[in-house]
Design a protein around this ligand. Sequence first.
Ligand code: RAM
Length: 354
Amino acid sequence: MRTSRVTLLSVTSLALALTACGGTTKSDVKDDNAAAVSAGTADPNAATRRGLTVGFLPKQVNNPYFTTAGKGGEKALGELGSTYREVGPSSATDTSGQVSYVNTLTQQRVNAIAVSAQDPGALCTALKQAMTNGIKVVTYDSDTSPGCRNAFVSQAGAEDLGRTEVRLLAGQIGYKGKIAILSAAQTATNQNTWIGYMKDELKDPRYKDVQLVETVYGNDDAQQSFQQTQGLLREHPDLKGIISPTTVGIKAAAQYLSGSRYRGKVRLTGLGTPDDLRRYVKNGTVDAFELWDPAKLGDLAARTAVALASGQITGKEGETFKAGGTTYTIGEDGVISLGKPTVFDAKNIDHFHF
Ligand code: RAM
């Protein structure tokens, strides 16, 4: 769903209006929250507030990964007696669009925003403005800077993800040959963090015969990702493997390889959904890849947003809260970790449906 954009100016006026307003309106509830945040105190025993509205702002609305994550968030909010609202751009490279959506949600006076950032810095001013208005901000999937949100719900350890992808691919190509990376948007915080760890992992002497020749960007667009894969093989016909740490990219690369003479010759791994890649595992295009359950990520983002808006946590390291029966502890820089990803291969893929 697209919502009309508002200017930063109108959000700034809103901040002033909110500060000045009196009476028993919905904004007063958020003003209470703002007071709790500015006092920097968490009350783990505070009651979970109901009737909240949490705005989900994915990187891209028409990406099935975010649709699944959104469904998880919506279900969790339903269980908690609160409302889910989704807005967002249809392109993963529309950072100014994302900024406008933050401003829209601020103007709509939602209680919390859960956002997957297309760019680490671009959203900062708008998110800070939202927080000034008493709105709690959670990033999930792809972070901004720690000062621009209350907490980040991380899908899995970034270092672990980056390193295991290199290990998976190196094992598949016998630790020898040229490899490439097919990423999402060039600014994506999550992919860039993982790629940083991939490059670091490749410095280990055991990869001395593995050469990373290129990193290309398919912008989480199926057609662009397909063409980038095609281009990689044209440029490097002796390529041995591709890592694609994006669900859109890996699916498009699998499609290309599967229908080409490279099927089974060029190994492909990365982050994908079992439903997207099942057929490519079965036809020998992909050996193994990994992911977390996006619905669980959306669920935890929603529950974190509600815990923040209820004053149970503020996002400080060491605070704990309960979400769906599990107790989570907030780590350094306000990071909350969902857990470990699952590696899928021919042996286990049929047990997973998402
Ligand atoms: C794509 C997006 C998302 C990423 C997954 C793995 O859907 O880029 O941000 O976490 O892939």
